[in-house]
Design a protein around this ligand. Sequence first.
Ligand SMILES: C[S@@+](CC[C@H](N)C(=O)[O-])C[C@H]1O[C@@H](n2cnc3c(N)ncnc32)[C@H](O)[C@@H]1O
Length: 341
Amino acid sequence: MILKGLMEEKKDKVYKRDAISYYDQPMRSSRYDPVKVRWEDKICQDHYRVMVNRLVERGEKLRILDFGCGIGYGYHLLSNILDEDAPVEEDGCKLLDKDDIEHYVGLDINHDLLEIANDRYNSDEKVATRQCDFLHDEYPERAFNIYFSSGVPFSHFNDDDFSSLLEKIFKHIKNFGQSAFLVVDVLGRYSIEWQSRWADPSWHVYNMSFFSDGKVNEQVYMKFWGEELNDFVIDAAQEAGVKAELFDAFDRSVFIGRHIDTSSFNPNLKKMRTMVNGLFYPLERAPLPDMFMDYTYEGAPEDVSAYYERITYYWNYALMTACNYLVRNTGLKIKKKIRYL
Ligand SMILES: C[S@@+](CC[C@H](N)C(=O)[O-])C[C@H]1O[C@@H](n2cnc3c(N)ncnc32)[C@H](O)[C@@H]1O
């Protein structure tokens, strides 16, 4: 009995240590690799900009409630949106002034991650965190105009729990009698990473082997969502007596998600995330000829398949242009025969 207790404590410590290093280090192999920071986050911020502008135009300051905030990344994402025409590499053209954000409250069940958030933002009086289970515990008694999520915290819930969570959020919005945005970040059903599971019912055992250098493999239930998400959210709003409508929907991570590299559910994929990450390091030569996309999309609905084919065409076109440029201007020899798809 005591031994079990000790072992559990040890396991717990290892988990906390790995969680902290996974979330807190700006390294290539960490959560914050270049693909996340320079690609996925930028795409999200391009879309969040439209939402934020809508609030600012209405004369509102941002009041953010972040569900499953972890280290407070939602605050980082929203407060660091750049102006629309800012150059990609430019970090000095922020859309929002400090005063545009009234308050940010991050909710999370994990005390260790909240400690990192608190350390990081302890000098920022607009930021507060609360350790709680957002499914069951009460929310702060104040009005918010962005109910935010990032890093797919809602993909862990079955339909009943997710639906009651959404109802709870909509009732909170209703109580304060003001309109608000809700950002629902979930895993996409037809991501190429889990092509072998596209036909399955929505529940999957998800092996988070990208977590913590693959040392901690957590078996967690995940729900993957397609277009049906919209009706699901709107139904929950109706149950709560609130009128909701879709403002925007987008994919942030097409062909370069984290499980592209683990090949856990689709062994036929190239390690595209690693290769794209390589593009960001000046002393490395990215293996351009290996980066051409030649996947097939059996099992996808027609519109999804057409979408992938269009992206594949653009991707291969851009790659071919880059390869031709290098061959012509640097004398680079590309050994592999490049097939134009
Ligand atoms: C993958 S992380 C995302 C963290 C952060 N939003 C980000 O973008 O980096 C999901 C977070 O949701 C939290 N979480 C999951 N279920 C929760 C619940 N019922 N109540 C509170 N937090 C929860 C986890 O502790 C974890 O920090």
